[in-house]
Design a protein around this ligand. Structure first.
Ligand SMILES: Cc1ncc(COP(=O)(O)O)c(C=O)c1O
Length: 401
């Protein structure tokens, strides 16, 4: 076999260069490995640290009822679904989960996907195509952006949460087939909430389909965590409510709730539903148990909000800039990516795990530490973390005494 000679250009040299550039710009993501269950405290590199960066909003990821439900289902049904949903992968558990989610969300119907990401990839191209137009908030999540690209529809971005700009963009866009407005519910890097009530007015005035991705509102916003549509009392007025089971629900999976006819259509045309195997048995059973827990009591959701308010106000009192946070996602705005990386490293050395987020996840110059609050934290966990933020903030001259 011919070996490549040293004079031939390497086909992967450019990747090495790009990786090096990421390191130099402070944008290289160092992936930390968790050696313990996902909880308020986790073990990393053999050390127990306070966890402020998981999406485990309600502490369900390692909840004993969820673990028990998964074990019980494995005993009864095994693990793998063995097929895609439309061939032989739909088990009675999948139907039960969808029914329970629709009831919980007070929606007409629900379809589940393997993740929130695939829910967006499946839904958007099923609703719009080459002749159509999508109005998309400029800060929408990557999975919405990719879903929009896959659809081949024209994408018109409107200024973040700016309903007047949305109106302007709609008025300026005249050549279209079908139209879709899409927005995150809670913006994942800023923790602010889309003005969905006013967006729904615009959608109705112009007869445009409306879709919200409520990944960070599920289990967080609305009565007992029923999500953004419930938060604004918009039942029946939002056509498509995408959500995830991978965050507050503590498991993994995606869902789309909304009108019966749309859900039926997604069962025929949502490509990850048709062409990628179904969610596994323990995941589905664990998600059903998560719905049970949410329906039983609002205690975890209430505790989550109390914890988040305590953390946010504590940071603000010390002089940190927490951006536009209105939810348990609290960014600590730092500006340049290298500062955010050093900040995160120092937090970790002092026993607090909170990730630095830089470009391309957030715009250049808007690097931050993203604090994720959880009902799993105790008040003393929060006080301890705030103390560490204060020490590191003063040391790196982000705040003053
Ligand atoms: C707004 C938004 N949509 C979708 C997703 C993807 O969800 P999942 O992790 O279930 O794929 C995320 C996760 O980061 C998200 O923040």
């Amino acid at each position: 076999m011919n070996q490549p000679t040293t004079t031939q250009p390497s086909t992967t040299a450019w990747i090495r260069d790009e990786l090096q550039q990421l390191r130099e710009a402070g944008l290289y993501t160092n992936i930390r490995t968790i050696e313990s269950p996902m909880d308020a405290w986790v073990t990393i590199d053999g050390r127990r640290v306070l966890n402020f960066c998981a999406n485990n909003y309600l502490g369900l990821a390692n909840h004993k009822r969820i673990r028990k439900a998964a074990r019980k289902a494995i005993k009864k049904y095994g693990v793998g679904p063995g097929a895609v949903r439309t061939i032989a992968g739909t088990m009675s558990l999948h139907d039960e989960l969808e029914q329970r989610l629709a009831e919980f969300k007070r929606a007409e119907a629900c379809i589940t996907f393997q993740s929130g990401f695939t829910a967006n990839l499946g839904t958007i191209p099923a609703l719009v195509g080459r002749e159509d137009v999508i109005f998309s908030d400029e800060l929408n999540h990557a999975s919405i952006i990719d879903g929009c690209r896959l659809s081949r529809a024209r994408v018109v971005r409107y200024a973040h949460n700016d309903v007047d700009d949305l109106r302007r963009q709609i008025a300026a866009t005249t050549d279209y087939g079908r139209r879709l407005i899409v927005t995150d519910g809670v913006f994942s890097m800023d923790g602010d909430i889309a003005p969905l009530d006013r967006i729904a007015d615009v959608a109705e005035e112009h007869a445009i389909l409306l879709m919200v991705d409520d990944a960070h509102g599920e289990g967080v916003l609305g009565e007992g965590g029923r999500g953004i549509v419930d938060h604004f009392g918009l039942h029946g007025r939002v056509d498509v409510e995408v959500g995830t089971l991978s965050k507050a629900f503590g498991v993994v999976g995606g869902m789309v709730c909304g009108k019966q006819v749309i859900v039926e259509w997604l069962r025929q045309r949502g490509r990850p539903f048709l062409f990628s195997s179904a969610m596994t048995v323990p995941d589905v059973a664990a998600n059903i148990e998560a719905v049970d827990i949410l329906e039983d009591s609002t205690e975890l959701v209430d505790r989550l909000w109390r914890n988040a308010d305590l953390f946010r106000s504590g940071l603000q009192q010390m002089g940190f800039d927490t951006g536009h946070s209105q939810t348990p996602i609290v960014p600590v705005m730092l500006g340049e990516a290298p500062l955010a990386q050093i900040f995160s490293r120092r937090l970790f050395e002092e026993g607090v795990f909170a990730m630095a987020i830089g470009y391309p996840t957030v715009p250049q110059g808007k690097a931050r530490i993203r604090v994720m609050n959880s009902a799993a934290h105790s008040t003393s966990d929060i006080e301890q973390a705030l103390e560490v933020f204060g020490e590191v903030g003063r040391e790196l001259e982000v705040i003053r005494d």
